[in-house]
Every structure is written in structure tokens, then in C-alpha cells.
Design a protein around this ligand. Structure first.
Ligand code: NDP
Length: 321
């Protein structure tokens, strides 16, 4: 077992955590990123990222993560690909983070940027085709479905938003809702927006039972949730799963204040209910969920942590601001 002390420990190795790391290391704070295992978060299953500013020809998700890591390491931060399993302690007595490799790391402050994971249907065929026609992010991948017939699964606000967004590109969008029309979770205004769009059609009481194709989507099988009857939709070439996200906060239950859905509650920038613990990115944000907004939140959390530590007598380099 290894025991090492840091100024800041950042939990999460996605765009948010790594942006925080660039800022805190550049402020001369001894920084550790516990990046997760596998590291990198949702970008690691995103093929092409075309909307992250600064990359006019696009960049793959894994390449972008790799660049973030190199940039953070350039300023002296340490990155370890482990999962944090518990957070104990306080600012005054140091926070103590245990990992699934049985290491304990200590720090004066913590930034939680463990992100959120898209919920999936759980089909083997889905697993095989994620990033190859199956996606959980229309703004990330919609562009690749120009003039194609696609399906969206889900009846919440996210599914409505994805469907409407996808009309920019797709020929026709079929939204598959597993329940009745009058029990849809989506807000009325979002429902109306989708219902009134002539390129979006709805099939209620149905979900996806299989996705066909080996390297790309070549049709889907859908199942009636009442009769269990299956039928084929052979023309579908893309499937967007929009059935919700889960914030990765299980290990923080009872430690930091979370909202009803498990997202970290933030106050005054990126502060959490615990002094010295900050939160950034999708772990606290269910609304925007973009790599660039996660990065922006990462910068904010780092600046808040730097300011907090300097107010408590830890030497930081002012040019870090
Ligand atoms: P929700 O939990 O609101 O909706 C999830 C949807 O997915 C429900 O229709 C649910 O069906 C369905 N679903 C769940 N599991 C399955 C499954 N295995 N197969 C088929 N369907 C399934 O999640 P959202 O991501 O839509 O929204 C999360 C939060 O974010 C909400 O508070 C929402 O308002 C907010 N949001 C706001 C937006 C905005 O204001 N612009 C945009 C996007 C989200 P069932 O109802 O039967 O359980």
C-alpha cells in the first residue's frame, strides 16, 4: 500500500478532470489525477469529435483525451488509472482517497469530476455497435447520419431533444417509446416540439430487442412491450439511446450532498457541501453534457480550488489564474 500527500486530488480523467489538472498543476499545486480504470470517460467511446473548438478537422475522442493528459503532465501533474472507492477526512485533517488498487492518497482539497455514464439498453448487439452507428449523444454523432433513417429510444426530454436535433441531418427519425403516449416523461413543450416535426414519427409501447449489423447498423428489431411481438425495421442505419444518464457518485453517497438523481449539488461556482471539495462536469451537470462545457467547469473548479488553498495559506503561482 502506497501513501502519498498532494495539494489537490482530482477524481476523473475526462475533459473536466484533466482541464482542472492543467490549471492546478500550472499554479504549482502538487496535483494527482485518479483518472479511473479504464480512464477517459465518455469520450473514449466517441469516434470523431467535431465540435471541440480548436480542431477544425475534428479529432477522435481517445486522441483528445491523450492530448489533455500530455498537457496536464507537462505541468507536472501525476495521473494514475485507478478508481476512487472512498473519500474520507476533511480539509483540516486532509482528505483521504482510497482506490480499488488499495492505495490511499491524501490531499488538502479534492475536485470530483467522475462524470456520468449514459444508460444503455444492455443488449449484446448494442455493445458491439457503440461508436459504429449506436450512440448516446446526438450533438456528438448526429452529423454522421446525414440523409439516413435513424431511431431514437426513450420518452424523456433527452430523447425529444435528440430527435429534434437529429432532424438537421437525418432523413427520418423514429422515436421508440416503451410506454403509452399519455405517460411520456418528457415535458409537454418538448413533446410538442417533437410531435409537430414532420420528419419525426413515434412508435409507442415498443423498445429495441436487437440491433443488426456487424460493423454498422443494418436494421433493428423492435418489440411490443405489451404483446412481446417482434418486428423488423430494416431501413434503420443509426440508433440513439436516450434513456437517461447516471452520475458516477455511488461512492460519495452519505459524504457529499447529492440531488434526488444522484448529481452533486454545487454552490457558488463549484463548491460542494464539504469545504475543500469541489465538483465539475457531468457529475454535477445533467443539462449541457458536452466535452467543452465539462472542460469549462473543470477550469472553474480548479480556479475555485486554487483560490481556496491560497486563502488557507498554501502557496500558489498567481499566473495560474
Ligand atoms: P428521463 O429519466 O427523464 O427519461 C428516460 C426515458 O427513457 C423514459 O421515457 C424511460 O421510460 C425511458 N427508458 C428508460 N429505460 C429504458 C429502456 N431500457 N428501454 C426503453 N426506454 C427506457 O431521462 P432524460 O435523460 O430524458 O432526462 C434526464 C433529466 O434531464 C430530466 O430531468 C430532464 O428534464 C432533463 N433534461 C432536460 C433537457 C432540457 O431541458 N433541454 C434536455 C434533456 C434532459 P419510462 O418513462 O417508461 O421509465
Amino acid at each position: 500500500m502506497q501513501e502519498v500527500n498532494f495539494d489537490v486530488i482530482i477524481l476523473g480523467g475526462g475533459p473536466s478532470g484533466l482541464t482542472s489538472a492543467i490549471y492546478t498543476s500550472r499554479s504549482m499545486l502538487k496535483t494527482l489525477v485518479i483518472a479511473g480504470n479504464p480512464p477517459g470517460g465518455q469520450l473514449m467511446v466517441t469516434s470523431e469529435v467535431e465540435n471541440f473548438p480548436g480542431f477544425p478537422s475534428g479529432i477522435t475522442g481517445p486522441e483528445l483525451i491523450n492530448n489533455f493528459r500530455k498537457q496536464a503532465e507537462k505541468f507536472g501533474c501525476t495521473i494514475t488509472d485507478e478508481n476512487a472507492v472512498s473519500v474520507k477526512g476533511s480539509f483540516t485533517e486532509l482528505f483521504s482517497i482510497s482506490t480499488d488498487s488499495n492505495n490511499i492518497y491524501k490531499a488538502k482539497s479534492v475536485i470530483v469530476a467522475t462524470g456520468a455514464s449514459a444508460k444503455w439498453l444492455g443488449l449484446d448487439s448494442e455493445k458491439k455497435l457503440i461508436g459504429r452507428g449506436v450512440s448516446a449523444c446526438a450533438t456528438c454523432d448526429g452529423f454522421f447520419f446525414k440523409n439516413k433513417n435513424i431511431a431514437v429510444v426513450g420518452g424523456g426530454d433527452a430523447a425529444m431533444e435528440e430527435a429534434v436535433y437529429l432532424t438537421k441531418y437525418a432523413k427520418e427519425i423514429t422515436v421508440l417509446v416503451r410506454g403509452d403516449k399519455d405517460k411520456m416523461k418528457a415535458s409537454k413543450i418538448m413533446q410538442e416540439r417533437a410531435f409537430s416535426n414532420p420528419r419525426i414519427k413515434f412508435i409507442f409501447n415498443h423498445t429495441v430487442s436487437e440491433i443488426l449489423g456487424d460493423n454498422s447498423v443494418k436494421g433493428i428489431k423492435i418489440k411490443n412491450t405489451q404483446s412481446n411481438e417482434e418486428r423488423l425495421m430494416p431501413d434503420i442505419e443509426g440508433l440513439f439511446v436516450a434513456i437517461g444518464h447516471s452520475p458516477n457518485t455511488k461512492f460519495l453517497e452519505g459524504i457529499i450532498e447529492l440531488d434526488a438523481k444522484g448529481y452533486i449539488k454545487i454552490y457558488n461556482g463549484s463548491r460542494t457541501s464539504i469545504e475543500g471539495i469541489f465538483a465539475s462536469g457531468d457529475v454535477a451537470d445533467y443539462k449541457y453534457r458536452q466535452a467543452v462545457t465539462a472542460s469549462g467547469y473543470g477550469c472553474m473548479a480548479a480556479l475555485d480550488a486554487v483560490r481556496f488553498l491560497s486563502e488557507h495559506g498554501i502557496e500558489v503561482k498567481p499566473s495560474g489564474y
